[in-house]
Design a protein around this ligand. Structure first.
Ligand code: ADP
Length: 368
């Protein structure tokens, strides 16, 4: 559905060249929910903005349903862009317009009649569970509600793909869950292909089918979420899986053992049995369990005891066929060289969107 071939994007910043995306090739399949995860500054936003040419790649190709976007005419590009909706962390709603008027906006730009546009907008507000808020202004809404309006607006032109750029990063965990459930519903019920950009493994676990791990502009690993979760290969994916957004809470600088539970083993009292059988006093550094695609997953990070005890633990886990891993990485701080702030990005997004809108308006004038 969306294919990137050797995409590179560089920016010139005060005479220096920053490579935000470095020779990335990806194939996003129709109907899937595809995650792109990495720490801040990894190049995720730039990559996703290359998918609809909000950023024009410095080199490489972007295909939408086999159509070459980089070499498309601006008219063709406008047509393809209608099929690729986008939502942002900062929602980017028009503050002076009501909720209904916000959702109607892209339809107005397309020249849809007012009555028809309102009908469609109301349908979409119902879909995102905000029918009763149609006359409210964005300032009167919570973050989660604003994002729902943004989703409804992005769906107004019936896109085939929805790009979600850190769509839940400004939301609390409960609201995040609700918005992710909505995104999943849009994928399942409307058949919209979804690309999710995030720095949170939890987001990927909750909704994604496949995931790409990004670091320093490079895609280091691509695979099914389950496979990457159970057997992360790259250093970045290991850091994201082991500690994720809670990396400051979990003392990952300590030598530790990560025990991975899958659907079956998580029902067993593994830890209690482990302590009873080995007689080792275990120190838990962190733990979480998740439901991925209907199966229960979990991981437990324990401090690595003395070598003899480690051998007993490993023997015990081997006996039960439970996956584990010994970790030794130092908790080096996120060395993001991110100089381009989210705020700047939001202003940039708005100005680009406005520019597109203006182009459309002046084109309309020409036609008239
Ligand atoms: P992420 O979304 O993973 O946080 P970004 O794609 O926003 O990463 O940024 C990747 C790198 O590119 C960062 O070093 C950032 O400062 C730089 N960058 C992104 N956009 C611009 C821009 N418009 N101008 C200059 N540098 C940019």
């Amino acid at each position: 559905m969306i294919k990137l071939e050797n995409v590179t994007k560089t920016f010139k910043v005060k005479g220096n060249t920053v490579t935000a995306v470095d020779n990335v090739s990806l194939n996003i399949e129709k109907g899937e929910i595809f995650g792109i995860i990495g720490f801040s500054g990894a190049g995720k936003s730039t990559l996703v903005r290359c998918m609809n040419l909000l950023e024009v790649p410095t080199s490489g190709s972007v295909f939408f349903d086999d159509h070459d976007l980089v070499n498309a005419t601006s008219k063709e590009l406008r047509g393809y862009r209608k099929k690729i909706g986008m939502i942002f962390q900062q929602f980017n709603l028009l503050e002076q317009r009501t909720v209904l008027a916000n959702v109607c906006y892209p339809l107005e730009l397309e020249g849809v009649k007012k009555k028809e546009a309102k009908e469609r907008a109301r349908e979409l507000l119902k879909l995102v569970d905000l029918a009763e808020k149609e006359n409210a202004y964005p300032s009167q809404l919570s973050g989660g509600q604003k994002q729902r309006v943004a989703i409804a607006r992005a769906l107004a032109t019936s896109p085939e793909v929805l790009l979600c750029d850190e769509a839940t990063s400004a939301l609390d965990p409960l609201t995040t869950k609700g918005v992710l459930t909505l995104i999943q519903k849009i994928n399942k019920e409307l058949g919209v292909t979804i690309v999710v950009i995030t720095h949170e493994m939890k987001v990927v676990e909750q909704i994604c089918d496949r995931v790409a791990i990004m670091n320093k502009g490079v895609v280091e690993e691509v695979g099914k979420v389950r496979d990457i979760f159970l057997n992360p290969q790259s250093e970045t994916s290991r850091k994201l899986v082991f500690t994720g957004e809670n990396r400051n809470d979990i003392k990952a600088d300590k030598k530790s053992i990560r025990i991975v539970f899958d659907g079956i083993s998580s029902t067993e009292p593994i830890l209690a049995n482990l302590i009873l059988e080995t007689q080792v006093k275990l120190n838990i550094l962190g733990a979480n369990t998740e439901d991925i695609g209907g199966s229960a997953y979990g991981q437990l990070l324990i401090e690595r005891p003395d070598e003899r005890s480690v051998e007993i633990i490993k023997k015990y886990l081997d006996k039960l066929g439970i996956k584990y891993e010994e970790l030794d990485f130092a908790d080096d701080e996120d060395k993001s060289d991110k100089k381009y702030s989210d705020k700047e990005k939001s202003v940039d997004d708005n100005s680009k969107i406005n520019k597109l809108t203006k182009n459309k308006k002046s084109k309309d004038k020409e036609v008239a």
